[in-house]
Design a protein around this ligand. Structure first.
Ligand code: BGC
Length: 741
């Protein structure tokens, strides 16, 4: 027995020694070892130290290029290749799991520091819910902001993000996810802005421009076709060229045209190649065809596998560490398998962006006190208010009349839980969150608000019976949907694709039994995208889609429920009656076909009536649309058609309405959607007020992609402008026009 113990002890020591040796070797052989301090916190947060490059004025593109080339000329091959990968090492991962207890991206993640040439690293901070670092302001998830259809709000959101990043040493915001919502089961649906390419582009651009105005680089991700979570690192998204160009890429192109500083490639494959190794996506389309001048980084850890292929394809930066690049890429260049020109091009793209962003004058100073400034919380509340969509409101149940009310029962396990969205890379960690219960108690006084989780159904029903009105908060949290984060055995995994489009059985049963007790039942839905409501929607008086409304979500919902604010959100996706009204969603196969139709284009084509149409959203007031006219009946292919319409607030409260413009293709010679969103304006109207709203449509945006001719074609034929409050045919006024030579 003693001998056995001794042997075990010796073996134990050997194992410890071996682990230490491996760890030492990992550190010793790490290509970034000469650069002290892999994370920016250690390297001197966000301080750009290019020597000899003038700062404080905007350098011309030629000057930036000249400085970049001068630096490049001073670099060895090794130094160049080091620019092309993130500065993290295995140690950072170990530290993250152990010392930092999994609090991801607490400080910027660095890439491409070079101490010899005083080249600062890129300092990455994630989003899109705000800034992931430290304890920044947690905004409503991107999908909620998508539901605002509010470019100006997105611009103001980007302004806050830019300030909070700079105040914490970051220089790049990885938070512009514009993957199209192909199917609401997609786990990361909450991170994007909707199902429509036009809406995605229109809403993403102002936020990126505002972030970049603070000299923080933007990043468009995940390029492209990333819309299934559980197989995201393996699945091959198969797509034909026309679908790729017309459905999955236009919003990325808008961001490229807006000069977003960088792109992030997706984990998945596209037509057989990993997106980060896809020459067609990166080099042919993005860099050559669109003439994009910025750089492309990989998604983290599992973005690329074959460094040679990725470099040749045009992937400039491997994140967050060296796996496929580093020594392997140096060897490939030395063997002549990767031309030095490819490396030089990548490094120049990175250096140009670094120089451009480091030297431009800052519009303001960025003290640490900027983080969580009071006006940031106010904006988070405004965004939540404007993102909530009133799906249904029978007999004006809402808003709750403040004077006559006895009590409000707030029921549901999510009603008093901070529930900001998933626990993946977009998680923001605010110190406080206002829950729905807290928001209502703050507004009405604690005694008027009774909270029951629903765990004790009888108590919940008694509360519902006694109350003047009932608010049931139902939906999802980080264990149901989100970026997939595996957990230890026997622990619930975080995220993944949503299993069911309907609410969980317990929520559905709770709603039905509560509504049976009290017809004045209002359901507040929490989730990242469409939730089907078939089983219970007729039984309740009102439904609000609240998404994950951010740290001020409870305050915003209280104001909406009480009529202190008027709902103006519109669905950025279709809510189907059931999954049969959607394209197939398959998160087990390793090859999935992405078709041309989804969302409202699919429903239109099939003649399906969804439960709630894309663009639907009610208000406490009503609007009437009249007198649609176009500025001309004919337009040239490079011209613009302007549609004008009178919108009248016919109710008794002020409100904001999103006026939507679709274009129909009745005379097309090719298969086209029945209609496509091509414009929208948000207009504020006092009670009784009428405004004439004009929406321009660029005729070039009516083109389809001709695969044979490899060109965009605007057909010279008849089109229809369709204007109204939603995409529902019955809601739209129409006016014909022609495109001529
Ligand atoms: C996500 C990206 C994110 C990156 C860095 C990845 O897991 O897919 O969206 O930007 O991590 O945090």
């Amino acid at each position: 027995m003693r001998i056995l113990k001794k042997i075990l002890k010796v073996l134990g020591l050997v194992v410890v020694a071996l682990v230490a040796l491996v760890a030492f070797l990992l550190w010793w052989t790490h290509p970034k070892r000469p650069v002290t301090g892999v994370f920016v916190r250690e390297a001197g947060a966000g301080v750009f130290k290019f020597t000899d490059i003038p700062r404080g004025r905007v350098l011309s593109a030629q000057e930036v290029d000249g400085y970049a080339r001068r630096l490049l000329g001073e670099m060895t091959l090794q130094q160049k290749v080091l620019q092309m990968s993130g500065d993290s090492s295995m140690w950072d991962l170990i530290k993250l799991v152990t010392v930092e207890k999994g609090k991801y991206n607490d400080y910027p993640i660095a890439a491409g520091a070079d101490t010899r040439l005083a080249i600062p690293p890129i300092a990455f901070s994630d989003g899109p819910r705000g800034v992931v670092m430290n304890h920044s302001t947690a905004f409503p998830v991107a999908m909620a902001r998508g539901a605002t259809w509010d470019r100006d709000l997105q611009r103001r959101f980007g302004d806050v993000v830019g300030k909070e990043i700079r105040a914490q040493g970051g220089s790049l915001w990885g938070g512009t996810c514009v993957n199209l919502l192909r199917h609401p089961s997609w786990g990361r649906a909450q991170e994007t802005l909707g199902e429509d390419p036009f809406l995605l582009g229109e809403l993403a651009v102002p936020s990126v421009e505002a972030v970049q105005a603070h000299n923080v680089m933007g990043c468009a991700k995940h390029y492209a076709l990333n819309s299934i979570e559980e197989t995201r690192t393996k699945v091959d998204a198969r797509v034909d060229e026309r679908t790729l160009r017309e459905v999955y890429l236009p919003h990325f192109r808008r961001l490229a045209e807006a000069n977003v500083a960088s792109f992030m490639s997706a984990y998945n494959k596209v037509n057989g190649d990993y997106a980060g190794e896809s020459r067609h996506l990166l080099r042919e389309i993005l860099k050559e065809e669109w003439g994009y001048p910025g750089f492309v980084m990989s998604d983290f850890f599992m973005g690329i596998y074959d460094g040679k292929k990725a470099a040749l394809a045009g992937l400039d930066l491997e994140m967050p560490w060296t796996k496929a690049y580093g020594g392997k890429l140096v060897a490939a260049v030395e063997k002549g398998e990767v031309p030095l020109a490819v490396i030089d091009e990548a490094v120049l793209r990175l250096l140009r962006r670094k120089i451009e962003y480091a030297t431009r004058p800052d519009p303001i100073a960025y003290p640490a006190t900027l983080v969580r400034a009071a006006e940031h919380a106010a904006l988070a509340r405004e965004a939540a208010e404007k993102g909530v969509v009133l799906l249904k409101n029978d007999a004006g149940l809402l808003p709750l009349a403040e004077g006559s009310r006895k009590t409000v029962a707030v029921i549901g396990r999510l009603a008093d839980a901070p529930n900001l969205g998933d626990y993946g890379s977009s998680r923001v960690y605010p110190p406080d969150t206002v829950t729905v219960v807290e928001g209502l108690r703050e507004a009405l006084g604690a005694v008027s608000v009774i909270h029951e989780t629903g765990a004790d159904v009888l108590k919940a029903l008694a509360a519902a019976r006694a109350a003047d009105a009932v608010v049931v908060v139902a939906g999802f949290d980080q264990s149901d949907e989100g970026e997939y984060i595996p957990q230890k055995p026997n622990e619930n995994e975080w995220g993944g694709d949503r299993e069911d489009l309907a609410l969980k059985r317990e929520d559905r049963e709770l709603i039905l039994s509560v509504a049976a007790e009290n017809p004045r039942t209002i359901v507040v839905l929490i989730g990242g995208s469409a939730i089907t409501v078939e089983e219970w929607h007729e039984k309740v008086g009102a439904i609000l889609m609240a998404f994950y409304p951010g740290e001020q979500g409870g305050a915003a919902l209280a104001r909406l429920l009480l009529g202190r604010a008027n709902p103006s959100g519109k669905l950025p996706f279709t809510v189907p009656k059931d999954a049969a009204q959607l394209p197939p969603f398959d998160n087990t196969s390793l090859s999935v076909e992405y078709g041309y139709y989804h969302g409202y284009t699919l429903a239109d084509k099939k003649g399906w009536e969804p439960r709630y149409a894309f663009g639907h959203g009610l208000s406490y007031t009503t609007y009437a649309y009249a007198n649609l006219s176009l500025d001309a009946e004919e337009a040239k292919a490079d011209g613009t058609v302007r549609a004008s319409v009178d919108v009248t607030n016919t109710g008794s409260r002020a409100g904001e309405e999103v006026v939507q413009l679709y274009v129909g293709f009745p005379a097309s010679n090719v298969d086209r959607p029945v209609k496509l969103l091509r414009g929208f304006e948000k207009v504020a109207l006092a009670a009784g007020e009428t405004k004439r709203v004009t929406i321009p449509v660029a005729v070039k945006d009516l083109a389809y992609y001709d695969v044979g001719g490899k060109a965009w074609v605007v057909e010279r034929t008849g089109y229809t402008a369709l204007v109204g409050p939603s995409s529902r045919a019955a809601d739209l006024l129409s006016a014909p026009f022609r495109v001529t030579d």
